[in-house]
Design a protein around this ligand. Sequence first.
Ligand code: SAH
Length: 363
Amino acid sequence: MSAQRQSALGDILAAEIAAQGPISVEDYMARALGDAVHGYYMKQDPFGAAGDFTTAPEISQMFGEMIGLCLADHWMRAGSPARFILCECGPGRGTLMADIWRATKILPGFHDAAEIVLVETSPVLRARQIETLAALGVSPQHVTRFDEVPPGPLWLVANEFFDALPIRQFVKTPTGWHARLIGLDEQGALRFGLAPEPYAAIGFDAPDGTVLEVMAAGLAFMKALAQRITFEGGLALILDYGHRESGFGDTLQALRAHEFVDVLDEPGDCDLTAHVDFAALGRVGRAVGADVYGPITQGTFLRALGIEARAAQLKQKAADPAAIDSALMRLLAPGATGMGELFKVIAVGQKGDPAPAGFEVAS
Ligand code: SAH
């Protein structure tokens, strides 16, 4: 018997697969996260201690403050355009944008010039973002897709957004590379399998059993973003967990209540993500003519922007200074699974523009 735990969406997918055959990893991930009724992000707020995972802006206001200063500093270096789009992709609870907004209040002209646009598919999180920003007197414009962002120079941030975009997986076998699919076992539970026909478009070799991931949606998003900045100017900061160099391996992972679970367990009720291939993002950005900075580690980036000085300043007035130290340590944590090292930052700017702050020091 399969030990798999089921969900409403799991039952629907199993019935569809029984009727129409296996689905790709890409379709599975898209449905598990974005199904209009049962998708993970479409029905709930997954953040915080009571949720499934915690992100950097939810750990400390210092994270958003550093991002805000980096964006605003670059806007000034670009000549302080009188109108621009301040955009966030996948804003979660709206915490990061709220911290960016607070931190940039003192910069002359920045708030007056900014038009806040949020790219968000989830109705639950849209409502949450509106509520968070209303407390600062800001009403953002929401769009569902990046190509709906109004024209104009663009200063943008995306934190833990690309990891949620559906990936494709291929597995090398003696007969070539085969797409990894999700079908059913004898008990009717979801299970991994392979497409019967090899996928001829992958032109390189690897040992049998090797898994190759392709961030199809992420690369398309990056292309649109880099083209937009190339034509209209601005800067995009992309932060996420992932690797500097393209490589092999299965990085698809599911989290529920801060624990890793099987990726086929309870689709729609667990967060599903894949590591971001920063080298591939960088190649796409450069190919369309943008300047790409990094990737550098989150720790290097936040330190270069002065997060330690900001922590010291906050501690002087804090009721609980130890909490600020522990938040700082989490954001800068070294080691393969520490946020400061596992998380990388890449920036995309218009060719020839000044480099953004934080990227001067190599990591
Ligand atoms: N940036 C936030 C939240 C990260 S979670 C933080 O750091 O706390 C991922 C976010 O991306 C959620 O807001 C989710 O609803 C949104 N999202 C996921 N897939 C999306 C897509 N294809 N288009 C737009 N938003 C998406």
